[in-house]
Design a protein around this ligand. Structure first.
Ligand code: B12
Ligand code: SF4
Ligand code: SF4
Length: 378
């Protein structure tokens, strides 16, 4: 079978197994990306979640010897929550970003890519493949961009014509040759809406992100959150969608045909106070299947405390006082102190003073000191 016919067969198979978009590119090195990654590391913009070896990131043959092509795929996920539960006084809610709605996308995309790989091996029995979704060495966006899935937006997301940027990406490297597709045309034009809307100024210039300042990254850290960022978090528990929700290319883009990605409103917009009480087992049972659970319970609980401070929820005071007095984790005690300082009141002052006498951790004591100042000056 010639390479054009083989490509057509894979395109048809992809459709049949529910892949929304497929594109083909060569396995040539990603030269421009090499410079971008170097600059990102040098300037301290990298998140630390990506593969640290730049050569592995830009040279596909280091992942699969004699690699000839990369097949990129995209799956659309929903952007709207039907029947969203409302935040009400005393029953405030947090929010998980859309990329965490439904079942963990890593499994869903990997499964589809494995089906595609098996099919390719039926057609070309000695074909070798390597499947990647998010955690692989390559930049999924750079692959998708070159394979014509979409253009690289100023918010750094890959934007498809059909589904906007609400797509997950993945790829399969193979030693089989396929005729490559052409990259999509950049349609951002003069627009700068995402850059202007970013709450922390993390998009330092069109297409370049300082991940260390990006709320999506900050919600996933496990330590104390820098004070300058706490008020910017709002009620976000995991991830941030602002630079995508404001994007005009995402207008009227909502696709919920993948049942796996359909959100359970109570899971993606959960009540905040019950999150504070959750055992590890309860957390795993309830949130374990969503991608936003990968960093465990602590960052979600820390962010829930910050969200309660954002709402100045008086009814959360007893829970926060208990955390301050009893939680074994300094980050949780210190963040609870800060939240109490934000909420303020006589009861809070007394609790903070009592905690100050007992606390031994220096970082927590520092947070209590600041919280006392806030509560006294409120
Ligand atoms: C580390 C990481 C993060 C970090 C850093 C993100 C970033 N922008 O670099 C953090 C934790 C902040 C993050 C957040 C998010 N992420 Co993320 N993340 C990754 C990961 C693992 C690596 C990305 C990476 O290498 N970044 C370093 C930069 C330099 O590389 P890059 O972004 O791949 O490079 C592209 C562009 O940024 C651009 N570029 C880079 N530098 C420059 C400089 C200039 C001047 C220009 C013009 C362009 C440019 O060129 C490249 C090709 O398009 C990928 C999976 C993977 N293996 O690739 C997922 C991935 C990028 N994330 C994804 C998603 C969904 C998100 C979030 C939307 C989740 C959320 N709602 O919170 C946010 C979006 C935040 C944002 N504005 O990017 C998807 C993106 C899907 C899409 N449509 O683009 C990916 C591909 C996962 C997947 N397989 O689906 N993520
Ligand atoms: S995800 Fe949020 S914080 Fe990060 S660049 Fe987009 S708007 Fe800014
Ligand atoms: S908001 Fe405007 S500049 Fe930003 S990604 Fe969308 S179209 Fe491009």
């Amino acid at each position: 079978m010639n390479s054009a016919d083989l490509k057509q067969k894979l395109i048809s198979k992809a459709k049949e197994i529910g892949i929304d978009k497929i594109g083909f590119t060569t396995a040539d090195p990603f030269i421009a990306l090499r410079e971008r990654l170097k600059e990102s590391q040098e300037k301290g913009y990298a998140s630390g979640f990506e593969e640290p070896d730049i050569e592995k990131r830009v040279r596909p043959e280091l992942s699969l010897p004699e690699a000839k092509s990369i097949i990129a795929i995209a799956l659309a996920y929903p952007s709207k929550l039907k029947n969203p539960p409302r935040s009400e006084a005393g029953a405030y809610r947090g929010i998980f970003c859309r990329a965490s709605w439904g079942e963990d996308y890593h499994h869903v995309l990997r499964e589809k890519l494995t089906l595609l790989s098996t099919y390719l091996q039926e057609l070309v029995p000695d074909a070798r493949t390597q499947v990647m979704v998010d955690t692989g060495a390559l930049s999924d966006r750079a692959v998708a961009e070159r394979a014509g899935i979409g253009w690289s937006g100023k918010n750094t997301s890959i934007i498809t014509k059909e589904f906007g940027s609400w797509v997950y990406l993945g790829e399969m490297i193979t030693d089989v040759y396929f005729p490559p597709d052409t990259p999509a045309t950049d349609e951002c034009g003069d627009c700068t809406i995402c850059i202007d809307a970013c709450p922390t100024g993390a998009i330092v210039q069109a297409g370049q992100l300082n991940a260390q300042a990006c709320i999506a990254y900050l919600t996933q850290t496990k330590d104390f959150l820098g004070e300058e960022y706490r008020s910017k978090l709002g009620n976000r528990l995991y991830g941030c969608d602002t630079c995508q929700t404001v994007c005009p290319k995402n207008r009227k883009r909502h696709f919920d045909h993948h049942t796996a990605f359909q959100p359970d409103p109570e899971m993606v917009k959960p009540l905040l106070k019950p999150l504070l009480q959750m055992s590890n087992r309860e957390f795993k049972e309830r949130f374990g299947r969503m991608s936003g659970a990968w960093r465990g319970k602590k960052p979600i609980q820390r962010n829930a405390i910050i969200a309660l401070a954002h709402f100045k929820d008086q009814t959360a005071i007893p829970d926060l006082v208990r955390l301050l007095a009893e939680d074994p984790r300094p980050v949780i005690r210190g963040t609870a102190a800060w939240a109490l300082g934000k909420i303020g009141g006589k009861e809070v002052l007394e609790a903070l003073q009592k905690a100050q006498e007992k606390e031994v951790n220096q970082e927590v004591l520092h947070e209590i000191g600041k919280a006392l100042d806030m509560a006294q000056n409120a």
